[in-house]
Design a protein around this ligand. Structure first.
Ligand code: DX5
Ligand code: ZN
Length: 219
């Protein structure tokens, strides 16, 4: 079992104080999760390359960019060029995920594939050797603060079993509703990277909240 990754989502932070939000969890977390939404793939709009560029200059924490956008082939490599640690795009938005993963890796970032609530994992299992991360949504993508959907953990179990049988080096990341009362079930199902927005930035002490999540995931 690989080390646990805790990735606070800046979507739940104060967008006028993103550098402070990064500093608030520095030393307590592994990645900073950056939700890019384009109002086409999801009905919400957040930020794009200029903000990721500014974040890259403002923090040393690896940036985990989650692209909830159409036409990721147009944008994804740009995030790698900006120095994102991990660039994750959605399977539903991509005609050729393997080619895009190769391009992201060639540009120096890890490549991630995301599947939304209504997408089956089985269709993508054979692609996993081309990826560093599989992000399984545990809500419908688009907004923070939604309730965790435990039935999504079946997908985590299926992916974990493929990782074991295929001896893959793949992170299984869960995103949506991860909190003190849900992270243990996600970890038990086989997730090893955990995005948490509200549970971290909604807390009075975000670093302490992140440490508590890690302790529960590792329990
Ligand atoms: C939603 C985003 C999530 C969001 C999670 O589509 O992908 O990363 O920030 O927020 P919480 O942890 O509040 O469910
Ligand atoms: Zn996300």
């Amino acid at each position: 079992q690989t080390d646990t990754v805790i990735a606070p989502s800046l979507l739940a932070a104060d967008f006028a104080r993103l550098a402070e939000a990064a500093d608030a969890v520095d030393g307590a977390v592994d990645w900073l999760h950056v939700d890019v939404m384009d109002n086409h793939f999801v009905p919400n709009l957040t930020l794009g390359p200029p903000v990721v560029k500014a974040l890259k200059a403002a923090t040393e924490i690896p940036l985990d960019c989650h692209l909830m956008i159409t036409a990721p082939e147009r944008w994804a490599v740009g995030y790698a060029d900006l120095g994102a640690y991990n660039v994750t795009f959605h399977a539903e938005a991509s005609a050729d995920p393997v080619t895009l993963a190769k391009q992201i890796r060639a540009a120096g970032s890890k490549a991630g594939l995301a599947i939304d609530r209504d997408t089956a994992v089985e269709d993508y299992l054979d692609l996993l050797p081309e990826f560093d991360t599989l992000l399984i949504m545990t809500i419908k993508a688009g907004f923070g603060g939604q309730a965790f959907m435990p039935e999504m953990l079946d997908k985590v179990r299926v992916a974990r079993s493929r990782v074991e049988t295929g001896h893959l080096e793949l992170r299984i990341e869960v995103d949506g509703g991860i909190a003190d009362d849900t992270i243990e079930a996600a970890a038990e199902a086989g997730a090893d990277a955990f995005v948490a927005g509200t549970a971290v930035y909604g807390a009075a002490d975000p670093a302490e909240a992140a440490r508590r999540l890690r302790a529960r995931a590792d329990a």
